[in-house]
Ligand binder design. Sequence first.
Ligand SMILES: CC(C)(COP(=O)(O)OP(=O)(O)OC[C@H]1O[C@@H](n2cnc3c(N)ncnc32)[C@H](O)[C@@H]1OP(=O)(O)O)[C@@H](O)C(=O)NCCC(=O)NCCS
Length: 174
Amino acid sequence: MRYVNNKNRTHPRHLHLINDSPRVTNMDRPAIRKMSEQDLLEVMSIEQESFPNPWSLSSFQSELRENELAHYYSLVFQGKVIGYMGYWVIYDEAHITNLAIGLEYRSKGWGEYLLRTIMYHCVRTGIARMTLEVRVSNEIALRLYHKLGFATMGVRPRYYSDNQEDALIMWVTL
Ligand SMILES: CC(C)(COP(=O)(O)OP(=O)(O)OC[C@H]1O[C@@H](n2cnc3c(N)ncnc32)[C@H](O)[C@@H]1OP(=O)(O)O)[C@@H](O)C(=O)NCCC(=O)NCCS
C-alpha cells in the first residue's frame, strides 16, 4: 500500500462539539487540542491504565515527530489531559490508531464526545470513511463504535500478541 502525504492539510488547534447539550457549558466541557509532546507524560499514564500492551513513550514521540500521516488530539479538562485519540490519514480514509479516556473519567460521555468531534472534523477535511481494530472482548468500546455507526467488516485472527485475541475490523462511512 502506498501512503499519501497529507502535510498540506490544516488542522485547527481546537475542535468544537457538534452535538452541544444545553446541560453542558463551556466551563465544564473539556477542550480538544492537537497533542503536543508536553502532553505525553499524562497520555502515557492513561495509556498504561487502558491497555494490556500499552504503547511506549518512544512510539508516541515518533508518531508526533515523524509520521506525517498521523493526527493526534488530547482531551483536556481543567488543565489536565483526560483522554486522547489518534488516526492516520491514508487517501480519503482515517485509520484510528488509538483512543482512550482516563479511568476516572470514563462512562461520562467523553469518549463519545471525542470520537464524534473527530468524526465531524474528518468529514470537514474530506475524509470519506473511518476504520479501526478492536478486541472482540472490548464490549464497552464495541458499544461506542456501534452507537456511532461503525460496523464489523472483518476479523484479524490472533491479532493481539498478549493473549492471541482476535481483532474485529470496523468501518464507518462518514
Ligand atoms: C472505550 C472508551 C474510549 C469509551 O469512552 P467512555 O468515555 O468511557 O465512553 P462514553 O461515556 O462516552 O460512552 C459512550 C458509549 O460507550 C458505551 N459505554 C460506555 N461506558 C460503558 C459501560 N460502563 N458499560 C457499557 N457500555 C458503556 C455506551 O454505549 C455509551 O453510550 P450510552 O451512554 O449512550 O450507553 C473508554 O472506555 C476507554 O478508554 N477504554 C479503555 C481503552 C479502550 O478500550 N480503547 C478503545 C480501544 S479500540
